[in-house]
Design a protein around this ligand. Sequence first.
Ligand SMILES: [Zn+2]
Ligand SMILES: [Zn+2]
Ligand SMILES: [Zn+2]
Length: 141
Amino acid sequence: MGDQTVSYLQNALQEKGYRLTSARQVIVQELAASGGHVTADDLAVLVHEKAPGVGRMTVYRTLELLSELGLIRPVYQGTGAAHYILMDGGHHHHLVCSVCHRVIEFDDCVLGEIEQLICSRYRFQVQSHLLELYGRCPDCQ
Ligand SMILES: [Zn+2]
Ligand SMILES: [Zn+2]
Ligand SMILES: [Zn+2]
């Protein structure tokens, strides 16, 4: 996580024709530095420490924009506020324990060709995917 994620997000924004304002730069940097799994409020606090001029609403709007572009995604775990996760390279994968609610990240993409197959069948243009497998972690078995 870090620099690579920052350039991934920044390039993606510019490719879609969005200006890289200084506010957006700070937000993207803090989002990448946090490694994702951050709430909008937590991110607003982090951004505020680096750039006091960037308000909470700007953070919210930027998160919405990044979500619309499929670069990040809000996930709802438990009862709290949504966490935003990074969709680096177009995907993100979780093993979620239904007992202790622990979330294990895994990198291996098991979708691959299946994604293409499903999308062409439904003529769906995919931006990214979040794959969550639910069950019991080793401690809860
Ligand atoms: Zn567990
Ligand atoms: Zn995750
Ligand atoms: Zn994947």
